[in-house]
Design a protein around this ligand. Sequence first.
Ligand code: FE2
Ligand code: FE2
Length: 139
Amino acid sequence: MTPSLEEFITLLNRDLRLEYMAVIQYTQHFGMLNPRAAALGEQLQNLAGDELAHALILAEQIRLLGGRPDVHTPRARTSDDPLTLLGQDRRGEQDAIARYQSRIFQAEALGLDSLAQILRHILAIEERHLELLDSLISS
Ligand SMILES: [Fe+2]
Ligand SMILES: [Fe+2]
C-alpha cells in the first residue's frame, strides 16, 4: 500500500534513527575489537562512516520533503564476544536492506523518483555491508 507523504516522512525518520543507531553500534564494536583485532576493527570503522553518510542524506531529504529530522536513537546492541558483535551487525544490515527495498517502492509510488534513486544507492551500500559481514563471520 502506498503511504501518504506524511507517513512516508515518518518511515524515513525511522530509517534515520536506525542509521544513528548503526553509527553508534559500529563505533562501539570498533572500540571493542581494536587493537586486538585491528583488521576487523578497521572494517567496522569504515562501516560507521558509511552509516553516518546515510544519516546525513536522510536528514537532508526529510527536510526537503517538509519534515523534521528526528534526534532520537534506538538502543545499540553490544556483547563481549566478537562473533556475537558481528552477528548483531549482520542482523542490522539485513533489516536495513528490507527497509530500503520497501522505501524505494514507496518513493516510486509517490512519484519521488530522484529520492528513489538516492535510496537505491544507499541500498547498494547496505548490500555490500552484508556481504562484508558474511565474509568476516565466515573467516
Ligand atoms: Fe546505512
Ligand atoms: Fe549498513
